[in-house]
Design a protein around this ligand. Structure first.
Ligand SMILES: *[C@@H]1O[C@H](CO)[C@@H](O)[C@H](O)[C@H]1NC(C)=O
Ligand SMILES: *[C@@H]1O[C@H](CO)[C@@H](O)[C@H](O)[C@H]1NC(C)=O
Ligand SMILES: *[C@@H]1O[C@H](CO)[C@@H](O)[C@H](O)[C@H]1NC(C)=O
Ligand SMILES: *[C@@H]1O[C@H](CO)[C@@H](O)[C@H](O)[C@H]1NC(C)=O
Ligand SMILES: *[C@@H]1O[C@H](CO)[C@@H](O)[C@H](O)[C@H]1NC(C)=O
Ligand SMILES: *[C@@H]1O[C@H](CO)[C@@H](O)[C@H](O)[C@H]1NC(C)=O
Ligand SMILES: *[C@@H]1O[C@H](CO)[C@@H](O)[C@H](O)[C@H]1NC(C)=O
Ligand SMILES: *[C@@H]1O[C@H](CO)[C@@H](O)[C@H](O)[C@H]1NC(C)=O
Ligand SMILES: *[C@@H]1O[C@H](CO)[C@@H](O)[C@H](O)[C@H]1NC(C)=O
Ligand SMILES: *[C@@H]1O[C@H](CO)[C@@H](O)[C@H](O)[C@H]1NC(C)=O
Ligand SMILES: [Cu+2]
Length: 602
């Protein structure tokens, strides 16, 4: 147990040791196989309705190359069904025993897989007891065109799913690539209710092996509700309202130094690390995703070069990278050639940028070995200078330069019909509570009155300015300029769309646009500290879409706006009657139980 830690500290010291694993997989990750070599391989595509053999996109690829880069979402006639049971449980992912909220007893939760164009149907059962609370699930990055009510944001697109009730989400896999799903009820996902969402689609760059999701992110030992209480408190201590995470995990695993904990919880130092396997001479795809609650992090693999091929759901022109930077909720797909010595093992590193977020443990480690090596030793590899340099000098908390990330299928920038500038700040109110303001407003949703359903009934009388609604009328092309003079950086996520990123940088926006003929697109992008972020999107998806910071505690403290998109067309949406039933169930439950909404609600 001590041996593992000392060799982690002196990773370059040449004293190879057997990998140690102090807890069983069931103790650490429940019913999940994430992080083990038993986890199934990921295919190129799922069996179609007519059989498993054909590449569904073979012809499309040719068509794309010739003329039409954005064809219609293909019809497959297939629905992929999933059941999610959300419940409390006790697990020790990093050796420290904690209460969490998990899906199907798995941490991280199960992967949702579909082919591009399939429908996905997920029946979510709220089995949270002791105490009971609401839930709701969001399918990050899915545009939900035609199913705007399935976006899963409480108080925006639906009422929370009441304890003891269920809700079935049905949506089209209209985007393809790498994403994740997570609870959108308060900061509940940070308690464990999340997992990957993989949509198989055409490959714009060939590769051999899909290694699958690599979930990265900061991790808290305390109940998520306690952490939200701190963030929403009127403490004058920045270390309280900007909570410190305890660890950093890779596919739900990392070791933890129990002696730094000040509690008496059951804890072992060497719970065990996640493992990954390469095939010699093959090209591997890794689906990196930051599923953490706050931290920006740097990912690298000792002894291997990475090629970035997609960010969020957007294929990009490949570029080489020693380090990949991911803000909360961002995804990056990389290709890695298996060209290192197959008898050795290698550290996979995910390092939280300690200048951008507070953590007691910044490094997460995982072990890479090659097929054929059946005596897996602990790696003794070191990172390159480029990796060390990235860790050392990252104080802007930004993504890669925009001119590096060029969409593979170009889309030129249009003239906007409307431009809105929003000033973001941290404000301390009269009782000392810390609130994020957007043009002086702090967002708070009303669980019992989701705006989408009100708008559908033609009710546009927003009763509470705290809903923070932006109605861009019938504008087709919308530009939003965010400026902040505060020290925090923010991973900004827009629901219902990918957006173009026109500019991000220091200070307020000066009108400069990077790559106007084909700006970066994605659904989540960093607004650096003391900086600006300018995005633009096509308002072609009538509905109510949240644009918010994906730092759980910032969203809790109100960094969110609700975009009412093409409001008059929302009235024409045929919203299923079960949406109303979900609200009736929630109204009934919330009448007889105290809903402790101590934050914005999302
Ligand atoms: C664990 O933390 C304790 C307390 O901070 C420290 O003294 C010890 O060196 C750490 N152990 C390792 C292996 O890092
Ligand atoms: C979970 O909740 C559903 C009702 O939504 C119920 O049918 C099911 O039995 C519950 N499962 C457990 C394990 O309690
Ligand atoms: C840990 O246990 C000791 C002895 O039982 C007790 O004095 C102390 O208050 C406990 N600490 C915490 C944080 O619970
Ligand atoms: C991780 O990054 C921090 C800076 O955020 C740096 O100080 C530290 O040395 C890095 N850790 C390792 C093991 O490289
Ligand atoms: C943290 O940021 C400061 C500037 O704000 C910089 O001088 C320092 O090098 C940064 N450290 C790290 C580890 O990023
Ligand atoms: C890309 O942008 C960065 C930062 O603005 C700049 O330093 C760099 O020179 C640019 N590179 C190219 C090729 O334009
Ligand atoms: C300050 O904000 C908190 C959190 O929103 C709220 O509960 C409190 O009432 C506010 N204080 C005042 C004086 O408005
Ligand atoms: C903190 O907020 C509580 C109410 O939530 C209030 O009673 C208390 O006076 C506040 N403390 C300060 C220092 O403002
Ligand atoms: C925010 O409020 C302050 C003080 O009331 C005011 O000076 C400022 O103009 C307001 N800003 C915006 C963008 O409304
Ligand atoms: C619109 O909805 C709000 C919130 O439920 C409600 O208070 C108000 O009465 C409604 N207005 C109309 C005209 O139905
Ligand atoms: Cu933020």
């Amino acid at each position: 147990m001590k041996q593992l830690f000392s060799s982690l500290l002196f990773a370059t010291a040449a004293c190879a040791a057997k990998l140690s694993q102090g807890l069983t997989q069931t103790q650490t990750n429940g019913l999940s196989t994430w992080g083990t070599l038993d986890n199934p391989q990921f295919p190129d595509f799922l069996p179609s309705r007519d059989g498993p053999t054909e590449d569904p996109w073979e012809n499309l690829n040719n068509q794309r190359r010739d003329n039409d880069p954005y064809p219609e979402v293909p019809y497959t006639g297939v629905t992929r069904y999933y059941d999610f049971e959300v419940a409390r449980d006790v697990l020790s992912p990093d050796g420290y025993e904690k209460n969490g909220i998990f899906v199907n007893g798995q941490f991280p939760g199960p992967a949702i897989e579909a082919n591009w164009g399939d429908w996905v149907e997920v029946a979510v059962y709220n089995n949270i007891t002791g105490p009971e609370e609401g839930t709701s699930m969001h399918w990050h990055g899915i545009s939900q065109k035609g199913t705007q009510w399935a976006d899963g944001v409480p108080g925006v697109s639906q009422c929370p799913i009441a304890p003891g009730s269920s809700f079935t989400y049905r949506f089209r896999a209209s985007e393809y690539g790498t994403s994740w799903w997570h609870s959108h009820y308060s900061a509940q996902w940070t308690a464990g209710a999340f997992g990957p969402l993989v949509v198989y689609g055409p490959k714009h760059i060939p590769y051999d092996v899909d290694v699958g999701p690599v979930m990265l992110g900061d991790y808290h030992h305390r109940d998520y509700f306690e952490v939200v209480e701190d963030a929403a408190s009127n403490s004058t201590d920045l270390n309280v309202y900007a909570p410190w995470s305890d660890n950093n995990l890779i596919n739900g695993k990392n070791n933890y130094n129990c002696s730094i904990s000040k509690t008496n919880a059951t804890c072992v130092d060497n719970a065990g690390l996640a493992q990954f396997r390469f095939q010699p001479g093959k090209v591997h795809r890794l689906r990196l995703m930051n599923i953490g609650s706050a931290a920006l992090l740097h990912f690298s693999i000792d002894g291997h070069k990475m090629q970035v091929i997609a960010q969020d759901f957007v294929p990009i022109v490949p570029y080489e990278a020693d380090v990949v930077t991911l803000g909360a909720a961002q995804r990056t797909d990389i290709l890695v050639m298996g060209d290192a010595d197959p008898d050795q093992t290698y550290w996979i590193r995910s390092n939280i940028s300690t200048n951008c977020s507070n953590t007691y443990t910044s490094m997460a480690w995982a072990v890479l070995s090659y097929e054929g090596n059946d005596d897996i030793q602990e790696p003794t590899t070191d990172s390159t200078d480029a990796v060390k340099e990235a860790d050392r000098k990252d104080f802007l908390c930004k993504n890669d330069d925009l001119n590096k990330t060029v969409p593979f299928y170009p889309q030129a920038l249009k003239e906007p019909d409307i431009t809105t500038t929003i000033q973001v700040d941290l404000y301390t109110n009269e009782t000392g509570h810390h609130l994020w303001t957007m043009n002086n407003r702090t967002q708070r949703t009303d669980y019992n009155n989701p705006l989408l359903l009100l708008a559908n009934e033609g009710n546009f009388s927003i009763p509470d300015p705290d809903w923070n609604v932006y109605d861009f009328g019938t504008s087709k092309t919308v530009r939003i300029v965010l400026n902040t003079v505060y020290q925090s950086a923010h991973p900004m996520h827009l629901h219902g769309h990918s957006f173009q990123v026109l500019s991000e940088g220091a200070g307020p926006w000066d009108g400069t646009i990077v790559n106007p003929y084909n700006p970066t697109r994605r659904d989540t992008h960093m607004q650096r500290r003391y900086g600006h972020l300018v995005i633009q999107f096509e308002a072609d998806n009538p509905g109510v879409w949240s644009y918010h910071c994906h730092i759980a505690w910032h969203a809790s403290m109100g960094y969110n706006i609700m975009i009412l998109e093409q409001s008059r067309e929302i009235e024409n949406l045929e919203i299923p009657v079960y949406m109303e039933q979900t609200c009736k169930d929630w109204d009934q439950w919330s009448k007889h139980n105290v809903v402790e909404q101590i934050d914005s609600g999302i």
